[in-house]
Design a protein around this ligand. Structure first.
Ligand code: ATP
Length: 361
């Protein structure tokens, strides 16, 4: 599919304070036209504030918002080519599903108003898009949570925005419904090519459906990259800790160069990817659970503390002489069981030890 011609969003030097709280530090971000972009971060990191600034529901203290290169910072929400889906559906209870969806068309400027026939066609098209074409006559009270959220998506898409802004749209739903709706959103995105900007604090959700993820921390963007890069090569210790499971070891950097760092963790030496460490300085090394495996004999000795079942594997947390260590195994292990861990020669990522922490586990 060729790149859509419109729907790019640029954030240039945007900052926002609420009293003494800096919700957003000076922030720059490019959201490509047609992308599925997620803003991911812990509670309070500023993702909703950023989304609301893009929507025009909040004004930045400084900086600009651009849509396809045009400065829209001063435009009210209804004059932006965007639409928003909220966490709690926000459907009108006294209107049918079809009327709720049609309401999305009434916010268009007068000159863009359409005929009754076209309105009916657009409503059917939007309901078809979310697989609810049969439910037009129902009222919101007669819908499940997943169906209500689909109606909210249809209402937001009915006037064909260039960008759909989604503020934690799945977080109020049960797990199975959430998974089904994730796939539905992916399909709709593929069908329409509209830019989706999706806010979530759920890393699995962000990694599974996005083309690009922006990881936020305390009003700043830590990293913007595709999900695999975010998982396999987190640029900062914050992203490394926030994304996925892993074990962190305090290490000494013996040497570094060409993107690799020779590190020592207790009496073990190995080569890790270099995320900005310096020779002779302390580091934190991240190892993902899938980088470690049990060995028949020899290796690092560990005692199983917990064993969690994930369907296709078990994840065990072990206590070892060099610290807590997480790995994946195929067979169930019992707490207290002793195992041997094969330590790789090349593994993990070495981050500079933050100045204010002695060690992070
Ligand atoms: P969550 O996942 O919990 O919704 P978030 O990452 O979306 O969090 P924001 O809602 O953007 O975070 O909030 C960022 C910071 O700004 C927080 O410290 C929050 O308390 C503060 N904040 C947001 N809106 C307001 C407001 N209207 N008045 C005062 N402080 C606010």
């Amino acid at each position: 599919m060729s790149a859509p011609a419109s729907g790019a969003v640029s954030i240039a030097g945007v900052s926002k304070r609420f009293g003494s709280v800096a919700a957003l530090e000076t922030l720059d971000l490019e959201i490509p036209a047609g992308s599925f972009f997620s803003l991911l971060g812990p509670s309070g990191c500023g993702k909703t504030t950023l989304l609301r600034i893009i929507a025009g529901l909040e004004e930045p203290d400084e900086g600009k918002v651009l849509a396809d290169g045009i400065d829209i910072t001063k435009r009210p929400p209804e004059r932006r080519p965007f639409n928003m889906v909220f966490q709690n559906y926000a459907l009108f209870p006294h209107m049918t599903v079809a009327e709720n969806v049609a309401f999305g068309l009434t916010t268009a400027p007068r000159r863009d108003r359409i005929s009754d026939r076209e309105r009916a066609e657009r409503v059917s098209e939007a309901l078809r898009l979310v697989s609810l074409e049969e439910l037009g006559p129902r009222y919101p009270s007669e819908l499940s949570g997943g169906q209500a959220q689909r109606v909210a998506v249809a209402r937001a898409l009915v006037n064909r925005p260039k960008v759909l802004l989604l503020d934690e749209p799945l977080s109020a739903l049960d797990r199975n419904v959430r998974f089904a709706l994730r796939e539905e959103l992916l399909r709709i995105h593929q069908d329409l090519g509209t830019t989706f900007v999706f806010v979530t604090h759920d890393q699995d959700e962000a990694l599974s459906i996005s083309q690009l993820v922006g990881v936020m921390n305390a009003g700043r963007l830590e990293q913007v990259a595709d999900p695999q890069t975010i998982y396999r090569a987190p640029e900062t210790l914050f992203t490394a800790r926030f994304i996925g499971a892993g074990s962190f070891f305090a290490a000494e950097v013996l040497d570094c160069g060409d993107g690799r760092a020779e590190v020592r963790v207790a009496d073990r030496r190995f080569s890790a990817a270099d995320a900005g460490v310096a020779r002779g300085r302390p580091a934190q090394v991240l190892l993902r659970p899938e980088e470690l495996e049990t060995s028949g004999n020899g290796g690092l000795s560990g005692v199983v503390e917990t064993c969690s079942f994930f369907g296709s594997f078990f994840e065990i947390l072990t206590r070892t002489p060099i610290g807590p260590c997480r790995l994946r195994v195929r067979e169930v292990k019992s707490p207290g069981e002793e195992i041997a861990i094969r330590w790789p020669d090349r593994a993990g990522i070495a981050y500079p030890q933050p100045a204010d922490t002695a060690s992070i586990t």
